[in-house]
Design a protein around this ligand. Structure first.
Ligand code: BG6
Length: 481
């Protein structure tokens, strides 16, 4: 299937932290793919900026190696690679000093879209933003892109928002949550708002509960130091899971447009009830050998959670009374991200007690095997009366849309949106603050109680407590296969 590719305006894109892991693993391979698809216009320039002293040839070599490592063999095309590398420039820069800024200013061209991607520690946001202005590099039309973690709590997030607001207007700031760039996450909006089918049932009257699962098989690996100060709540819930929750629970915006979308998401976060201690389970993987959180994090006394499960309640007219169960964790049985909306029982069964009723469930699979299935009741074929059976109306996107379906990486989509000037899939400052405002007291409460996370076996589905969170409500988690 040939996708419709809309080229963007010509641009100067400066990537700060251009030698770092994210730039090499995601940002530059993503840009390469867009170049290969013809979406990046001739004449666009990508300027790597980092501390290392290097000339442009050195940088191009570094990125050639990164592309070799992180692109699939089928994506590599020597000619395209050559022309892509020719688009790269490099400047050695001292974010906190003066070195390199004049050189960078000299590279900026008149009428281009200017975008600055800050793939650096948040502590540097302020310095970089200030220097971009002092040296006349950024102007009112420029865009600045920042990565997570956007703060560690409400106070630090506010401080970051203030620092950025000191130099850029909100409509110039692109806060990345890469989950919003995932095709299947965007599909949630299409499923909800491009079909009449689900919306009338999408409320507490008809939905029994919603489960959101993001299970990973990876551990904290080499990121132990960062992760141990973060944990699943800050690393996954405050941002990615909260965004998924918003997209599932929000009211239909009047238009698929940045502020309309973000206003509705914000209302969901603000309507979240404070979390009761009993509605929270934290876990930490604990195994023999290398598969142990305490060993991997390098902190033998760590009380950080690598798993979290929660029961959330949204107090608004649509959702009051329908719980949302969220769980995410590392070193689990398999890698699965999905959202399951379980509907209520029909008000009356005409088929009698002997027929076992099963819930209708709409499952939206985000990764892997992106797709949707809807469990419905049918008559079991054959004699023996009216025996009912639940079956899945299963749709794999790859099958439905063609097996060569190429689902673009989240970063590709998001970077192109920055160039287009479309903020719909980026978080607004007040949204981020509202998420922290909900998360902070939950963390403060477990810290005050001195709660230890419950150990769970690597490769399992998480701690016992998480199962109990559901069982006590007469429900169960969907299996992580
Ligand atoms: C990142 C987290 O934001 O998202 C990681 O910091 C996590 O800990 C990752 O592994 C998950 O992203 P994805 O796209 O692999 O689901």
């Amino acid at each position: 299937m040939v996708a419709r590719v809309i080229p963007v305006d010509c641009f100067d894109l400066v990537i700060f932290g251009a030698t770092g892991d994210l730039a090499r693993r995601k940002i530059l391979p993503g840009l390469y793919r867009r170049w290969k698809e013809g979406q990046i216009p001739e004449g666009a320039v990508i300027i790597g900026a980092a501390r290392s002293e290097m000339n442009v040839d050195g940088y191009r070599e570094m990125i050639r190696a990164a592309l070799d490592e992180f692109l699939n063999p089928s994506e590599r095309d020597p000619e395209v690679m050559q022309s892509f590398l020719a688009m790269l420039d490099y400047v050695a820069i001292d974010a906190r000093g003066e070195g390199g800024w004049k050189a960078l200013a000299g590279k900026m061209r008149g009428d281009m879209v200017r975008a600055f991607y800050l793939s650096v520690a948040p502590a540097l946001f302020g310095d970089i933003a200030a220097r971009l202005h002092e040296h006349g590099i950024a102007n009112r039309a420029s865009r600045i892109v920042v990565e997570k973690p956007f703060g560690n709590d409400l106070e630090s997030a506010r401080a970051l928002n203030d620092v950025l607001a000191g130099h850029f207007h909100e409509d110039q700031i692109y806060r990345i949550d890469h989950y919003l760039g995932k095709e299947t996450v965007q599909n949630l909006m299409a499923v909800r708002f491009a079909n009449i089918l689900f919306e009338p049932l999408w409320n507490a009257q008809f939905v029994d509960h919603v489960q959101i699962t993001v299970a990973e098989t990876v551990g904290v690996g080499g990121r132990g130091d960062y992760y141990d100060h973060s944990g699943a709540m800050r690393d996954m819930v405050q941002n990615h899971m909260m965004q998924l929750l918003c997209l599932i629970a929000m009211e239909p915006p009047h238009h698929f447009e940045p502020d309309a979308m973000r206003d509705e998401k914000l209302k969901v976060i603000r309507a979240l009830d404070p979390l009761a201690p009993g509605d929270l389970v934290r876990g930490q993987y604990s195994g023999d050998g290398g598969d142990d959180y305490l060993l991997e994090s390098g902190n033998p006394d760590s009380m950080t959670e690598s798993f979290i499960a929660m029961k959330l309640q949204i107090s608004n007219w649509r959702w009051k009374g329908t719980p949302f169960y969220l769980r995410t964790g590392k070193r689990l049985k398999s890698r699965v991200s999905e959202i399951a909306v379980t509907f209520k029982e029909p008000p009356h069964s005409i088929f009698g007690e002997s027929n076992l009723w099963r819930e209708n469930v709409l499952v939206i699979r985000l990764q892997p095997d992106e797709g949707m299935d809807l469990r419905v009741m049918i008559k079991e074929p054959g004699p023996g009366g009216m025996r009912l059976k639940d079956v899945a109306l299963d749709m794999s996107f790859a099958e439905a849309l063609g097996n060569d379906l190429d689902i673009p990486d989240a970063y590709e989509r998001l970077i192109m949106d920055v160039i287009r000037g479309n903020q719909t899939l980026f978080m607004r400052g007040d949204e981020v603050e509202a998420a922290w405002a909900w998360v902070d007291p939950v963390i403060a409460a477990w810290e005050a109680r001195g709660d230890r996370p419950e150990p769970y076996d690597p490769g399992s589905t998480g701690p016992e407590g998480a199962l109990m969170l559901m069982h006590r409500d007469g429900r169960r988690w969907r299996e992580i296969r």
